[in-house]
Design a protein around this ligand. Structure first.
Ligand SMILES: *Cc1c(COP(=O)(O)O)cnc(C)c1O
Length: 405
């Protein structure tokens, strides 16, 4: 049994894995030495010049970085307020920001002498990003996916199989993401000698939130250089959607040192403010531990992770990366919401007036940016993280909008 005193002691001894009171490593004893090996590799290998040079090489030549920072001139005119720039993570290989951290994870796994990458996936986006780097770097690959999701996400299952991954159908319980995480964690414990567990966002026990952030922070580093070229000054606002929080922390992190840059994360309000109909964790949640870390989470009456909903399958997670919980607590970042309906409207608007079909996840950030830009003077500058492209969402969009061919 985990007691309060055990948790206190753990917090004390792991302060470097914390963001204020959030983060940490609340895991069963069998996982501790396994995570220790990863922590040491993250600490000793990732900062070396050799690793960083290799990482930069693959980001440039394989993922296609730097991604453009594009001035959305027609969207800006349409809003009639602040200038809107889009950081085009949708143009990366595989169509989203996730490739940034999976390349980092694969390179680290190689240096650690691992033979296999494993990952959990819900909608399949992280599964595809992991299967992609497994193919490129010559790893075996097991992707754990709930049987219900396998049925719903046939194109992504096919992509993973084409990329040579083994898709492990998890049939326990509700057979969705939570069961997939449990199965992947079990495999991690059983096969840890040869296996690297590639987590899909800036969540999980230490060192994952810091490590995934460090692999994603290139987004904000590039954006600073690019906005200085465009505007000769820093932006006034950064806006990104928040699921687990990896694309958002990727854009935000490099700008935390500039207090004049305001930071806004956008959570999914889903269908309504009712528990079970949204996934706006920081907006409605309370402090709690799940999946090995302390953060803000949405709880049901028994204190377990609550059911969540968002039209964007990448955003429906009942907790959030601990660094975001901390940035909210200290007032450095603000977190707002956009509903399913607003996200779909934003997707249509950006498609029609900029010729860019955004992912439903990213459409939450676009929705808030449109609303917000209208309230600002024309000399203000906003950067929105366009975390991914919308091709993967066509089925959902067909269903919702009633559009037919
Ligand atoms: C997975 C995903 C997200 C949500 O994950 P974060 O870790 O919050 O970034 C957002 N946008 C796209 C396109 C995704 O695929």
């Amino acid at each position: 049994m985990k007691t309060i005193s055990h948790i206190q002691e753990n917090k004390e001894s792991l302060r470097e894995g914390f963001f204020g009171k959030f983060g940490g490593q609340f895991v069963p004893d069998v996982l501790k030495p396994i995570l220790k090996e990863l922590e040491e590799a993250y600490r000793d290998i990732v900062p070396t010049k050799e690793f960083q040079d290799e990482f930069a090489y693959y980001l440039r030549h394989y993922a296609g970085r730097p991604s453009p920072l594009y001035f959305a001139e027609r969207l800006t005119e349409y809003c009639g307020g602040a200038k809107i720039y889009l950081k085009r993570e949708d143009l990366n290989h595989t169509g989203a920001h996730k490739i940034n951290h999976t390349i980092g994870e694969a390179l680290l796994a190689k240096k650690m002498g691992k033979k296999k990458l494993i990952a959990e996936t819900g909608a399949g986006q992280h599964g595809v990003a992991t299967a992609t780097v497994a193919a490129r770097f010559g790893f075996e690959c097991d992707i754990y996916m709930g049987a219900v999701d396998v049925k719903k996400q046939a194109p992504n299952v096919l992509r993973m199989k084409l990329l040579g991954a083994n898709v492990v159908e998890v049939k326990d319980g509700a057979a969705t993401l939570k069961e997939a995480v449990d199965a992947a964690l079990n495999a991690f414990i059983n096969e840890h000698k040869d296996v690297f567990y590639a987590l899909g966002s800036a969540v999980g026990p230490h060192p994952y939130p810091s490590m995934v952030r460090d692999f994603q922070k290139i987004v904000g580093i590039e954006a600073e250089k690019q906005i200085l070229e465009h505007e000769g000054r820093l932006p006034d606002y950064l806006i990104a959607c928040v699921g687990g929080g990896s694309n958002a922390i990727g854009l935000f992190h490099n700008f935390l040192k500039y207090p004049e840059v305001k930071i806004i994360g956008v959570e999914p309000l889903g269908k309504s403010e009712k528990l079970g109909e949204h996934a706006a964790t920081l907006t409605f949640g309370e402090e709690g531990i799940m999946h090995g870390f302390n953060s803000i989470m949405l709880k049901d009456e028994e204190g377990n992770p609550a059911p969540v909903h968002s039209i964007a399958s990448g955003l429906d997670y009942p907790s959030v990366g601990p660094e975001h919980a901390y940035l909210k607590e200290i007032g450095r970042a603000e977190y707002v919401t956009a509903s399913d309906k607003e996200a779909i409207e934003a997707l249509k608007t950006l498609s029609e007036i900029e010729g860019i079909i955004p992912a439903l996840e990213s459409s939450h950030a676009i929705a808030y940016a449109i609303k917000f830009a209208k309230t600002l003077p024309k000399d203000r500058v906003i950067i929105v993280n366009l975390s991914g492209r919308g091709d993967k969402d066509l089925d959902t969009i067909f269903e919702i909008t009633g559009l037919t061919v």
